[in-house]
Structures are given as structure tokens and as C-alpha cells.
Design a protein around this ligand. Structure first.
Ligand SMILES: Nc1ncnc2c1ncn2[C@@H]1O[C@H](COP(=O)(O)OP(=O)(O)OP(=O)(O)O)[C@@H](O)[C@H]1O
Ligand SMILES: [Mg+2]
Length: 456
């Protein structure tokens, strides 16, 4: 079902449009610009119906915000006859069409249908294009999962706009890589990309690091220093680990972001800059705001376009292409055995892509022939991935079905027995089978208690 967003403050209009359009798609309603932006952040609409005159910010503001966010859904402007000029203005700013209130219901429905159909065709073309290109690589990033491909599309779209981007994700998920991609694909790519790790710089130094200082601004300031904000002029400023920023510096940064103006420490001269902000965090910033650790106003300044990188364990399809590209990069010609690949695919990767990169290096260093096997991988990876390794060997035809099942059962029984210190009664209880059945299975599979005969 296409998603239709109705933005209008009048309950009467909201209701009649909901009734009219419910046969055309899923209708969401927003009563003002902020609510509309929240809806858009939740799910990109396929069509927007927009009232121009609303309390608070106007529909024209919303149009500007949408284009800044790279939202390309067609917009039909709803207007009273006396605001037709505004509608013309809206068309100039990218609205697809307009209707005057009170609406002719049938005419409106037809406009909606036509635009949705057109949009569907465009999406289809785009999808086919993506399929042809089979985007597994994008600006130096690898990913074949649907989430990563959606992120690639999002980056491409947002890079062209000027909006501030907040990238969040666990450590090692590729936040910095995304930040660089945004810069490289933007119109600022000719300018500098300046990264500041807000978490790594001591509190006393961060201010002068960001804003710079004049000679003599404080003890030890023997030279004038140009801050990172100033160095990023004309380019992109990457505020890494922004959640770690000291509250006092948050205030100053907020102003610099709002006004694109700041002063060096120890100077009263205001300098202006032209830069794009990309921020990253591995914390849940919304929660930090709720807990009072991060300023709400700064949060809203920074979180204009959110990009959320999922942990690697939630996109296991990416593991193999990533591993293969890291191997290829090493240029040794070594390959992964199916068992090793299975382990990689089965492991939980708390350190995400960075940990995978390290595991491959580990494997390269330890392997002897031209293959990297399970035992060449870091212990944590090799062990946790047993089951997946078995499955992969089965997939590749290295083991029969029978053998795979037997091995799998053996693994599980062994693990359960070990967990219960080889106490058969407790193990059987935990597995929900009788002790007699457990014993039979152990005999059949050749599992023996290393401490001697079965203590129950
Ligand atoms: N999709 C990807 N394709 C290829 N390499 C990747 C990908 N994602 C991450 N990497 C690599 O993994 C490593 C970690 O990435 P990056 O430094 O961007 O992560 P991060 O999210 O910024 O981590 P941290 O929170 O620890 O700073 C880098 O070496 C990067 O090149
Ligand atoms: Mg990083």
C-alpha cells in the first residue's frame, strides 16, 4: 500500500481526506509541520497533501524542510481560493500540483491516483537500475543486505542536500565511513573533511580544539591556533562521538551551529563559517537527552536526518562479502574454508565490522596453506560459530544430511553435559528428556564422560 501523508490543521479536512483516500493507500495525518516531519522520519511517504496555512510554521516551510531532507514524494498543495498565489509559490518550490478548497472529491482522487502511479513507475525504474548495478559496493562500503542498500540510497540522496546528518550505530559499524561518503558525494567534496573525536579530547582542550584560540588566551596558549570549525570552512565538519561532549561546550556548539558563527577563545571577533555538519554517536542520544546528559536543543539541531547503522549480527548477509573483500585487499590469494566461513557467519560480532576485519587479519597471520580454516580464526569466533559452520559444510555438500544431523546433536548434547558438569540427571532434565534416553543417545553418538562413568 502506498503511504499518503495529510498535513492539515483542520480536523474536518483531516477526516474527509482520510475517508476519501483510505482506498488509495495508508493515510497518516499530521496537524502541523513538526508532526509532519516526525511522520516523515518514521516512514517515507509516497505522496503528501499539504495545507499551506497552518498555525506555527507554514506549508512552505515544510516544503523547504522536505527538500533539505531529500524527500522526493510528490506534494499536492491544498489551498483556499484566496491563497492561490501562495500555491503558485509552492509549485515553484517543487510541489507537484494543487487543489483549491473546497475540493472536488473526484478530481482530487484522480490527481492522487495519477501521482501515485507515476511515483510507482519511478520507483520501479529506480529499483531496476539498482538491480542492474547490484549495489554491493558503494563509496568504499560493502553491503548486500537490504538495510545497507537502503542506507546507500539514503546517503546518495542526503549527500546532495545540505542537511545535518546524525549517524548512530554500535562501535565498528562504519559510522566514519558513512560520514566520509556523505562528504565525498556532496557538492563540498572539493573542500576539507575535518573530523573531531569529541570523546578523545580532554575536556579542558576541546573548546580550543573546536573554536581555536588567540595567543595568550590562557596559560600555555603561546601561539594563535585555528580551530577545527574554522578549518572545516567550505567543507564538512564531522563531530564524532558527539554524545561525549561536555555540557558547557554543547552550549557553545549549539550557537555555532545555529548561526554558523563563533569566536576563537580569547577573542571577541565573530567569525562566520560555511560548513556542513555530520555527527556520529554510539549512544542512544534520545535517551541521553531524556536523562539530562545531552541538550535537547542541540539534539534537534543535529538529528535532522538520522542514519542508523544496524549491528553486523542483524545483517548477516553482509558478512561474507565483507570478509571476502578484506581477504582480497590483503592480496595473498588465500581463501576461507566453508567451516571458517560458517563460523564467521554464525558469530555475534559485538565489535561489528572492525572485529570482522581483525578476525580476517588474525586468520591470515595464522593460516599456513592457501586456506584459512576455523582454527585459524580468533577462538571466540571459531567456537561460537560451530553450528553455523556445520550448516555451511552441509550447504556446500561437504557433509551428508545424516552426518550433519548427527554432528549437530553431538555438539548440543556435549554442550549441555558440560554445562551440567556431566551430571546426566540434571542434563536430561534441562533437555526435557529422560535420563535413559540421554544415556542411549550418548552411547549411540559415542559421547563419553571424560571423568569416567556417568555420575547421576
Ligand atoms: N560497510 C563497510 N564496508 C567496508 N568496510 C567497512 C564497512 N563498515 C565498516 N567498515 C570498516 O570497519 C572499520 C570500522 O569502521 P568505522 O571506523 O567507520 O566504524 P565506527 O562506527 O566509526 O566505529 P567507532 O564507533 O568505534 O568509531 C573500518 O576499518 C571500516 O573501514
Ligand atoms: Mg568512529
Amino acid at each position: 500500500m502506498p503511504r499518503i501523508l495529510v498535513v492539515d490543521d483542520e480536523p474536518g479536512v483531516q477526516e474527509s481526506l482520510r475517508m476519501l483516500l483510505k482506498s488509495e493507500g495508508d493515510v497518516a495525518i499530521a496537524g502541523d509541520v513538526d508532526a509532519a516531519l516526525r511522520e516523515v522520519a518514521l516512514a517515507t511517504p509516497d505522496l503528501i497533501l499539504l495545507d499551506l496555512v497552518m498555525p506555527g510554521r507554514s506549508g512552505l516551510d515544510l516544503l523547504a524542510e522536505l527538500s533539505e531532507r531529500g524527500v522526493r514524494a510528490p506534494v499536492i498543495v491544498l489551498t483556499a481560493t484566496n491563497t492561490v498565489n501562495a500555491a503558485v509559490e509552492a509549485m515553484k518550490r517543487g510541489a507537484a500540483d494543487f487543489v483549491t478548497k473546497p475540493f472536488e472529491l473526484d478530481a482530487l482522487r484522480i490527481k492522487v491516483r495519477n501521482l501515485l502511479e507515476k511515483r510507482e513507475l519511478e520507483e520501479e525504474v529506480e529499483r531496476l537500475r539498482d538491480e542492474v548495478e547490484d549495489r554491493q559496493q558503494f563509496a568504499g562500503m560493502i553491503g548486500r543486505s537490504d538495510v545497507m542498500r537502503a542506507i546507500f540510497r539514503n546517503i546518495e540522496r542526503v549527500a546532495r542536500a545540505e542537511a545535518t546528518v546524525l549517524i548512530s550505530g554500535e562501535s565498528g559499524t562504519g559510522k566514519e565511513l558513512v560520514a566520509r561518503a556523505i562528504h565525498d558525494l556532496s557538492s563540498r567534496s572539493g573542500g576539507p573533511f575535518v573530523a573531531v573525536n569529541c570523546g578523545a579530547i580532554p575536556r579542558e582542550l576541546i573548546e580550543s580544539e573546536l573554536f581555536g584560540h588567540e595567543k595568550g588566551a590562557f596559560t600555555g596558549a603561546t601561539e594563535r591556533r585555528i580551530g577545527r570549525i574554522e578549518s572545516a570552512n567550505g567543507g564538512t565538519l564531522f563531530l564524532d562521538e558527539i554524545g561525549e561532549l561536555d555540557p558547557q561546550v554543547q552550549v557553545k556548539l549549539l550557537r555555532a551551529l545555529q548561526e554558523r558563527a563563533f569566536e576563537r577563545v580569547g577573542s571577541s571577533t565573530t567569525l562566520t563559517v560555511d560548513l556542513r555538519i555530520v555527527a556520529a554517536t554510539n549512544r542512544d542520544l534520545a535517551r541521553e537527552v531524556a536523562e539530562g546528559n545531552f541538550r535537547e536543543d542541540l539534539y534537534y539541531r543535529v538529528n535532522v536526518v538520522p542514519i542508523v547503522l544496524p549491528p553486523l549480527r542483524e545483517r548477516r548477509e553482509d558478512i561474507r562479502p565483507l570478509a571476502e573483500s578484506f581477504l582480497a585487499r590483503a592480496g595473498t590469494g588465500k581463501r576461507l574454508t566453508p567451516a571458517a566461513l560458517g563460523s564467521l557467519e554464525g558469530y555475534s560480532w559485538p565489535g561489528n565490522v572492525r572485529e570482522l576485519e581483525n578476525a580476517i587479519e588474525h586468520g591470515l597471520a595464522l593460516s599456513e596453506g592457501d586456506t584459512i580454516d576455523q582454527q585459524d580464526l580468533p577462538i571466540s569466533v571459531g567456537r561460537t560459530g560451530q553450528a553455523e559452520a556445520l550448516r555451511e559444510q552441509w550447504r556446500q555438500g561437504e557433509r551428508s544430511f545424516e552426518e550433519t544431523v548427527v554432528r549437530f546433536e553431538t555438539e548440543i548434547l556435549r554442550e549441555a553435559l558440560e554445562n551440567h558438569h556431566w551430571n546426566q540427571t540434571r542434563t536430561a532434565n534441562a533437555l526435557g528428556i529422560t535420563r535413559r534416553v540421554l544415556k542411549l543417545k550418548m552411547d549411540k553418538l559415542g559421547i563419553e564422560d571424560p571423568n569416567g562413568e556417568g555420575n547421576s
